[in-house]
Design a protein around this ligand. Structure first.
Ligand code: CP
Ligand code: NVA
Length: 309
């Protein structure tokens, strides 16, 4: 494994599958307490430039459950890059703690933290990627579908951090990645190109369309995310207009296979990108995804810290 998890591209396909294997083991053995002391005397620093429910709680609870201690450093605590430079923060923290998780605005900030610290750094969401979320998502897909390759995975929404990480992991694992977005809100070209390269290698494909029905047709998984991400709040109204025909409601969802699952990284803006009848339906697995953040990240941290499993 590389020292850090900044992008899904930091992992090989084999490493992703190993993370799932360990996550399943850790999840199954919560009650036996087998992993209870793995992080004894270890400390995790959690840097947050943005709000969070799942990321903060799953990292903090997860690290505690493995015997360690986590420190929350909110926006006002360290003012990443303004009170002190990112490289200096990295070079201070690696003298004191064992591992860093950071949620940042600019992807470059988490890359710099990794570059300047000697300890592992995990991306807890940046403007470009959200690798921990998609590991939990594909762990969830494996649980519900029994496989992660040979499926049609559809993302309906804006080109953003989630769509980038989802297209990378889907094509790496051999799933067909379809995406429907409004004109002008396409994913970054570098991610599309990279995913197409991986799709070629792994016998899958990448299809980006403006037609949500085409994208959702016969899908095994339908995924959506907020139209305006954290940091894009000023564009909320303009995006709501652009995406009005991209709401995942029952009419659109019904185009998917009858046993399709509905996924969302959460938080959901109910009545905007998804309707209550879809997110609350028996096809929805959104809270399994949330729980799997805990298990997938424990596995990632055990691997990054080289703890003997
Ligand atoms: N899905 C996710 O990362 O949730 P939070 O923003 O609440 O951490
Ligand atoms: N795209 C969303 C994901 C939240 C987990 C955001 O960045 O706000």
């Amino acid at each position: 494994m590389k020292k850090d998890l900044i992008s899904i591209l930091d992992l090989t396909k084999e490493e992703i599958l190993e993370i799932f294997k360990l996550a399943r083991k850790v999840k199954g053995e919560v009650k036996t307490g087998k992993y209870r002391d793995c992080f004894n005397q270890k400390t995790l620093a959690m840097i947050f430039e943005k709000p969070s429910l799942r990321t903060r709680v799953s990292f903090e609870a997860g690290f505690t459950q493995l015997g360690g201690h986590a420190i929350y450093l909110g926006p006002k605590d360290i003012s990443l890059g303004s009170r002190e430079s990112v490289p200096d923060i990295a070079r201070n923290l690696d003298r004191m703690v064992d591992i860093i998780m950071a949620r940042v605005f600019a992807h470059k900030s988490v890359e710099e933290l990794a570059k300047y610290s000697k300890i592992p750094v995990i991306n807890g969401l940046s403007d470009k990627e959200h690798p921990c979320q998609v590991l939990a998502d594909y762990l969830t897909i494996e649980e519900h579908k029994g496989r992660t390759s040979g499926i049609k995975f559809t993302f309906v929404g804006a080109g953003n951090n989630m769509s980038h990480s989802l297209m990378l992991i889907s094509t790496m694992l051999g799933a067909d990645f379809y995406m429907a977005c409004a004109k002008g809100y396409e994913p970054d070209n570098e991610y599309v190109e990279k995913s197409k390269e991986m799709a070629k290698r792994n016998n899958s494909k990448v299809v980006i369309t403006y037609d949500p029905v085409e994208a959702v047709k016969d899908a095994d998984v339908v995924y959506t995310d907020v139209w305006a991400s954290m940091g894009e709040e000023a564009e909320k109204e303009e995006r709501a207009k652009a995406f009005k025909d991209y709401q995942v409601n029952m009419k659109l969802f019904k185009n998917a296979k009858s046993d399709a699952i509905f996924m969302h990284c959460l938080p959901a803006h109910r009545g905007e990108e998804v309707t209550d009848d879809v997110i609350d339906s028996s096809n929805s697995v959104v809270f399994d995804e949330a729980e799997n953040r805990l298990h997938a990240q424990k596995a990632v941290m055990l691997k990054l810290l080289g703890v003997n499993e």
